[in-house]
Design a protein around this ligand. Structure first.
Ligand code: A2G
Length: 419
């Protein structure tokens, strides 16, 4: 049973309107160090503070802020706890966290306890009790705590979302999402990440370490927490061989990685069932050779979409048993993609769409596109797939983080441009 609610629900709670959104950034490595460009590219946003224990990274970020014509930001570099001082500032509305996973939970918590809305890179936390704690804290502090899932803003994802909600796929039945990305080279690279933290998670957990890129978009298609709910997850995992094999081939004797024992399944496959009986397949594989794929599929009573590469088959447009051209459905593009041609930044533009839209919601005092309940739901496969694999695939219950509010339909991120 869900723990008793300590505050009021945060379902449908808008931001306070702000003419300028004041942002503090914690973590300026690969992710934070490139996302800062996008915060600086959106008007109505000021980056007032940056924090990273690696001084050079924080200073480089601060230089970007002044180069963009904004006042010099406060810089926090005094060890791993200095983010607490950033969170305590009185002139920040939103804290963006792009640090190693190990710190996400604690940083989200600290931001909310200091009265800040917070957006965290994936995964927002790694344990179920932590997910509940973030839900409780968001309700108690009246601050939004969001998983900043950029893939929800991909051009294909947003187009499919609009088509799904307009009924082009009929009644929705099934979908799939994945994080199948060969990260072996990056995880063993001594310089790409700040230390071996990402690889070390492969010595601790067996299941899906990174469900959000796949789960988030499909959850949106199916209105999870907005009329439907993810109820249970069943996971199976392959043997864990990929990282050890890679190490054998590429890492010199004596490298610290030789002390590690990898337990994370090379490929995890999970089946999530929803309250309406729909099925979502999730896959995770970052330790074997394969081309990148988030799978990103959706099927219903009128047809199906599959990505990588994008193709579609919906009646009455297609009736001859062969795939149709998804490019022909451009008219269904989301307004973000129609109004922001050639967006700056990485991941084909979806990072920019995410930042622009989040900042718009804060400026205008709108309800965010997703909230702490979505963050907890999309992340719950991390601990639950591990448990399911250990239990030989036994289904695990996904908590109702909304405590019943999921039954309410809500208009979401596919609404029209409010400006
Ligand atoms: O690889 C990609 O950029 C991932 N994002 C990101 O989440 C991270 O895993 C990175 C490697 O550090 C997407 O695939 C959208």
């Amino acid at each position: 049973a869900a723990p008793k609610r300590q505050g009021r629900t945060m379902v449908g709670v808008p931001f306070d309107r702000r003419s300028t959104v004041r942002v503090g950034i914690v973590g300026l490595g690969n992710r934070g160090g490139s996302m800062i460009d996008l915060f600086l590219a959106v008007s109505g946003v000021q980056v007032v503070a940056v924090c990273d224990p690696v001084k050079a990274k924080a200073q480089q970020a601060a230089a970007k802020v002044t180069a963009a014509g904004q006042p010099a930001p406060a810089v926090y570099t005094n060890g791993e706890d200095d983010y607490e001082n950033l969170c305590k500032r009185g002139d920040i509305d939103f804290v963006y966290v792009a640090t190693p996973w190990d710190f996400h939970f604690q940083m989200a918590k600290t931001a909310m306890l200091n009265g800040k809305h917070v957006g965290v890179e994936c995964p927002i936390a790694l344990q179920l009790d932590q997910l509940w704690e973030l839900v409780d804290l968001s309700e108690r502090t009246r601050r939004h705590c969001m998983q900043l899932e950029n893939c929800c803003y991909g051009q294909n994802e947003m187009r499919v979302l609009r088509m799904a909600h307009a009924g082009l796929f009929g009644d929705l039945l099934h979908g799939a999402g994945a994080y199948n990305h060969d990260l072996r080279g990056l995880m063993f690279d001594p310089d790409y990440y700040e230390g071996p933290w990402r690889r070390l998670w492969h010595t601790r957990l067996r299941g899906d370490l990174y469900p959000n890129h796949g789960f988030g978009p499909v959850a949106n298609y199916m209105d999870i927490n907005r009329g439907d709910r993810a109820v249970s997850i069943t996971s199976v995992g392959s043997p864990s061989l990929g990282l050890a094999e890679y190490r054998e081939k590429h890492m010199p004797a004596g490298d610290p990685s030789w002390k590690e024992t990898y337990v994370e399944s090379d490929r995890t496959i999970s089946l999530v069932q929803t309250a309406k009986g729909r099925v979502i397949r999730l896959e995770h594989d970052v330790s074997t050779p394969h081309p990148y794929s988030r799978i990103n599929s959706l099927g219903g009573t009128k047809g199906v979409f599959e990505d990588y590469p994008a193709r579609i088959y919906i009646e009455p447009d297609h009736t001859n048993d062969s795939w149709g051209d998804f490019a022909k459905y451009q008219e269904w593009d989301h307004w973000l993609w129609k109004e922001h041609a050639n967006p700056p930044g990485g991941h084909g533009g979806m990072d920019y769409m995410l930042v622009f839209r989040l900042m718009q919601c804060m400026r205008l005092g709108l309800v965010p596109d997703f909230d702490v309940y979505d963050a907890a739901t999309w992340t719950s496969p991390v601990p639950l797939s591990h448990l399911s694999i250990k239990a030989k695939g036994a289904p695990q219950q996904i908590p109702d983080f909304t405590r019943g509010e999921w039954k309410k339909a809500r208009s979401g991120m596919d609404s029209e441009n409010p400006e």
